[in-house]
Design a protein around this ligand. Structure first.
Ligand code: AHM
Ligand code: MG
Length: 345
């Protein structure tokens, strides 16, 4: 820009210039995603003024009540990204099946997964929510016959991941595998401006985030970790910890990228009894957030394995998520290992 500020478009174009055989498709796809996030940001900002709050009266594939804004945001994402010819298909938390690009539009070489409005239980109470997205390459014949199987690639195959946070200011945080950069929406000119270059997570932290109402259902390693944090300077950690729970993963991850911390939505007995393997979804929540966290120097694990190495079995698969400052995530992993080794002995 003439005033020396770097817009997200300029940033992406300059980043892609260094990639051999880059055709501009990816840059253009990201621009459409950015546009969708700006539209959602505007709807979230106006809330009750434009009649978008409240329940939609429908359920998504996970059997969860959909909010009006869940449904509207999903539609915004589909309409913004279906026409330009960069995608073969899309998949979302709000749609049971894959959405192949309609025949009236050209199909492209990428796949897009997204959670259009994560943390939507917070919409009606005016607390931060966000959009999470992940871009994959379309393998083999998937361009002509895009199926759910085409999406079932481990997180290590992601070309790009990002989130938009609709908070006091709207931010977009992005990785293409070359570090993590954050942009703030300048509402006056309608552009995201680079404000947080090279975001990194401190390896150690004094802050943890978990929904403590599930405490009695947790597995022993998670219980041990949290008990030790709560014991503070009187316990084995020898220092006090602080706790946060926003119930909005995008806001929690953003806090961790800003000042460190650990976020946990672990496996628990309540989920196991319902046949679930976790609360958060692998393809459009855990994988993109793991890519961002790892690129910022953090770690992301189920407690037993690196999330990005999981070979997905299902589009809407759930996984336990433990992510954030590296040394703390490693500690929780070590507690799992100890317990699993003891149980096997
Ligand atoms: P959602 O995709 O239906 O909004 O659910 C995901 C959200 C996360 O953002 C957040 O970390 C978690 O659910 C909160 O769950 P809980 O209400 O059990 O604390
Ligand atoms: Mg979600």
């Amino acid at each position: 820009m003439h005033d020396g500020r770097i817009t997200i478009t300029q940033f992406i174009i300059e980043e892609q210039r260094h990639i051999e055989n880059a055709t501009g498709d990816f840059t253009s796809l990201l621009n459409d995603i950015v546009t969708a996030c700006k539209v959602i940001s505007d709807l979230v900002n106006h809330g009750a003024l434009v009649g978008v709050l409240g329940a939609a009266g429908t359920e998504n594939v996970q059997g969860e009540d959909q909010k009006k804004l869940d449904v509207i945001s999903n539609d915004v994402f589909l309409r913004s990204n279906e026409w330009a010819g960069h995608l073969a298909a899309m998949a979302s938390e709000e749609m049971e099946e894959v959405y192949p690009i309609p025949a009236r539009y050209p199909r492209g070489k990428y796949l897009l997964t997204f959670d259009p409005l994560d943390g939507s239980s917070n919409i009606d109470v005016n607390v931060s929510v966000g959009t999470i997205f992940s871009i994959l390459r379309c393998p083999g014949e998937c361009k002509t016959h895009p199926s759910a199987e085409a999406f079932l690639q481990p997180g290590t195959e992601q070309v790009c991941a990002g989130y938009a946070l609709y908070g006091p200011s709207t931010m977009l945080v992005l990785t293409t595998g070359n570090g993590v950069n954050g942009f703030t929406l300048d509402q006056n000119i309608g552009e995201f401006i680079l404000t947080h270059p090279n975001m990194t997570i401190p390896e150690d932290t004094g802050e943890f985030a978990i929904n403590a109402s599930n405490m009695r259902f947790w597995e022993a390693p998670v219980k041990r970790y949290v008990d030790e944090c709560l014991a503070g300077s009187d316990g084995p950690r020898g220092r006090d910890f602080n706790m946060r729970w926003i119930a909005s993963m995008v806001a929690e991850v953003h806090r961790i990228l800003t000042r460190g911390g650990i976020f946990m939505y672990p496996l628990d007995e309540k989920m196991k009894a319902r046949g679930l393997e976790g609360k958060l979804r692998l393809m459009y929540e855990a994988n993109p957030m793991s890519f961002i966290i790892e690129q910022a120097g953090g770690a992301s694990s189920t407690g037993r394995e690196r999330i990005m190495e999981i070979k997905p079995k299902d589009l809407h698969q759930r996984v336990p998520v433990i992510l954030g400052s590296k040394h703390e995530v490693e500690r929780v992993e070590a507690y799992h290992k100890e317990m699993d080794t003891d149980a096997a002995a």
